[in-house]
Design a protein around this ligand. Structure first.
Ligand code: ZN
Length: 381
């Protein structure tokens, strides 16, 4: 039974999710990559084939498609529409920084202006005799100034085209090229590098609100251990109280440890004397002040306020997560296997399991059980 909304589960960690990402987002991002490749891999054979099949000589487009032709390129092309809601426009978001000018189309690519020149100067583009020319074919940096070489389809330009040429010349004057290779930029990353994960990140953050408190994961314990605390913090574990709220019949709603209070996450992990006994014993063992917690969040942020070293704080955080897992496991053993709860058993389990995980995952192989049992973490620090 899934008690956490799927949308929340797939959300990014910084928005309180598990960071799985949705399959749909992954697929869209993979398709978007083909736009990037179409722009940057000018000499690819596949690109030339797509161009030959989809380009119409009467209708210029920097990414051509014949919608009447079914097939993968059509779905790649239509991905643009699906990404607009995330403020991604594949027609707009790639641009070139021209250096040598050998990998950027003069007219068809976006480099000098917010628009490709074939869109900005349509009358002039009409007069171009070689519409797929590179920037380097039309202008190279000389010393001083630019060396321009045009190839118009007729000796005298029409008046509209001539006006546009004047504007283009002004723009070219202000253009500063440099030596080296052309660089393609993706608008959404500071370094301009396009990646599938960049698109996925943009898609997964749409319409999500950052929660005030971001759940902190800890890679020294397995993810499934942290998930108990992550769900508890959102009151999303199937406690008797939660079951009753969802109209699932339960015999009673009392806590299985004390029998006195309603079984909510807050009670089971924080205020129940069973949990309290474990927390106080743990605090004594870690040599930290007695734990005073009014809610689950106080436990999850316990390590933050500690004055211990960074690694020791991470160990304390790991212990807290393992304790959540251990308490919930005992709760289920009482419910489903009628075991008698015993805080000593939990404490032994918390110490030994955390030792194994921290030892293997923190890459501190020298940590011995002897040191650990006295909470002597000098090898960690
Ligand atoms: Zn209780």
């Amino acid at each position: 039974m899934n008690w956490v909304a799927w949308d929340k589960t797939i959300g990014p960690v910084e928005y309180g999710g598990l960071g799985f990402g949705s399959l749909r987002d992954a697929n869209l991002a993979m398709l978007a990559k083909w736009w990037w490749r179409f722009k940057t891999e000018k000499n690819g054979l596949w690109r030339r084939i797509v161009w030959a099949v989809h380009h119409r000589s009467r209708e210029w487009n920097d990414i051509p498609v014949k919608v009447s032709l079914p097939g993968p390129w059509k779905s790649i092309h239509s991905v643009r529409q699906s990404l607009l809601y995330a403020n991604i426009d594949l027609h707009q978001d790639f641009s070139a920084v021209v250096c040598g000018g050998n990998n950027v189309f003069f007219w068809l690519d976006k480099w000098l202006d917010q628009l490709p020149l074939y869109v900005k100067f349509p009358a002039l583009f009409k007069e171009e005799s070689e519409k797929q020319c590179m920037v380097a074919d039309r202008c190279v940096r000389g010393s001083p100034g630019l060396i321009l070489s045009w190839a118009w389809s007729r000796p005298v330009l029409g008046s509209e085209a001539a006006d546009q040429l004047q504007l283009l010349l002004v723009m070219l004057e202000g253009w500063a090229s440099s030596v080296g290779s052309d660089i393609w930029k993706w608008r959404h990353e500071k370094d301009g590098k396009f990646s599938v994960s960049s698109v996925k990140k943009l898609l997964s953050s749409v319409n999500r609100v950052r929660p005030e408190q971001i759940f902190e994961w800890n890679n020294w314990v397995p993810k499934k251990i942290g998930i108990v605390a992550w769900r508890a913090e959102m009151e999303r574990l199937p406690t008797k109280w939660a079951l009753a709220r969802r109209n699932i019949p339960v015999q009673n709603q009392f806590c299985v440890f004390c029998g006195d209070y309603e079984e909510t996450c807050d009670h089971v992990f924080v205020s129940c004397h069973f949990a309290q006994t474990i927390w106080q014993n743990l605090a004594a063992w870690c040599m930290i002040p007695p734990i005073i917690a009014f809610g689950i969040n106080d436990l999850l942020t316990l390590h933050v306020s500690s004055s211990a070293s960074r690694k020791k704080r991470k160990v304390i955080h790991a212990l807290v997560l393992v304790t959540f897992w251990s308490i919930w496991k005992s709760r289920n053993e009482v419910v489903f296997r009628q075991l008698i709860p015993n805080t000593t058993r939990n404490l032994d389990e918390i110490k030994s399991m955390t030792f194994l995980w921290v030892k293997s995952r923190s890459k501190v192989a020298s940590l011995s059980w002897e040191e650990w049992s006295h909470f002597n973490l000098s090898t960690l620090i």
